[in-house]
Write a protein that binds this ligand. Sequence first.
Ligand SMILES: NC(=O)C1=CN([C@@H]2O[C@H](COP(=O)(O)OP(=O)(O)OC[C@H]3O[C@@H](n4cnc5c(N)ncnc54)[C@H](O)[C@@H]3O)[C@@H](O)[C@H]2O)[C@@H](O)CC1
Ligand SMILES: Nc1ncnc2c1ncn2[C@@H]1O[C@H](COP(=O)(O)OP(=O)(O)O)[C@@H](O)[C@H]1O
Length: 283
Amino acid sequence: MVEIHEWDARDTVALLRKPTADDHKYSRGVLGVRTGSQEYPGAAVLGVEAAWRTGIGMVRYLGPERPADLVLQRRPETVTAPGRVQAWLIGSGTDAATRPAAETARLGELLQGDLPVVVDAGALDLVPGATAPLVVTPHQSEHARLRGLLGLDDVTPTSLADRIEAARETAAAAGIAVLLKGAETVVAAPDGWTAVVRAGTGWLATAGTGDVLGGILGAVVAARGAQRDLDAAALAPLAAAAAYIHGHAGRGAGPGPITALDVAEAVPAVIDELLSGGDPAAR
Ligand SMILES: NC(=O)C1=CN([C@@H]2O[C@H](COP(=O)(O)OP(=O)(O)OC[C@H]3O[C@@H](n4cnc5c(N)ncnc54)[C@H](O)[C@@H]3O)[C@@H](O)[C@H]2O)[C@@H](O)CC1
Ligand SMILES: Nc1ncnc2c1ncn2[C@@H]1O[C@H](COP(=O)(O)OP(=O)(O)O)[C@@H](O)[C@H]1O
């Protein structure tokens, strides 16, 4: 029988770290971000905001001009010059059908590199054949499309058991970590390790919350990547931690209707509670 890990606060805090007197911005992790487009500039703003709010040394935003301007308006601390990073976040707010050839080539280089890459939305088509350590963050419909590209059965599972089975199969087939979004988020590693994260609220079903999740995960991966090398198996627990933080930020942003930016703004309180030994699930 498959063992499914119920992800909790203790699992999450074990992957977080409070900065110490020895830290400087580079030791805390640098996230490189190539998200957003002319059509979806807001997704870049949401992901960058969420990455900063998760606690990271630096965010380098290297996307197109329009989203870059909006990112800087919201977060002038963001660096738009290229340089060393410990992880990449790509795809949110982009569409494979309108992606410029030069951007496809640049993303292809990242996906053949050594650094971990969080792959969302419009970059999921580039996953087959990638060799970098990857964690993908599809919703149900994106997952079905990705499975089709990988030559897997593209039926859309609806029960939790079927979603778990499908995510595990995708992870094993592609050799990647899979975070399958939904009311219950399923995370699978290529070696079969599987977790379910039950942390959210139905109010998270609103535009842009997935882009926020990408930023949280990118920051968690870059922070961890500044301390040690990460393979796809190591990325799966980091994905579960990000989903846990995201879900509780969604709850904390409420109780009523929330927007994606509210979720990003609620992240620091969740991180602080976790690092102070608290359990957001007990609230
Ligand atoms: N403010 C912004 O700039 C925003 C940009 N976004 C970007 O918009 C682009 C398109 O994203 P979409 O998800 O709309 O496009 P998709 O083309 O992936 O989704 C279209 C179809 O997928 C299904 N679907 C969408 N979300 C689902 C879910 N959570 N569960 C099950 N089925 C679902 C629906 O049937 C929908 O008609 C992405 O690049 C995304 O990052 C969105 O995140 C919304 C906010
Ligand atoms: N009904 C729900 N209950 C709890 N969480 C949800 C629900 N619907 C969506 N979510 C969460 O909200 C986020 C939505 O992401 P996504 O579908 O990519 O939206 P977008 O593309 O608009 O950013 C995911 O993290 C998902 O797990």
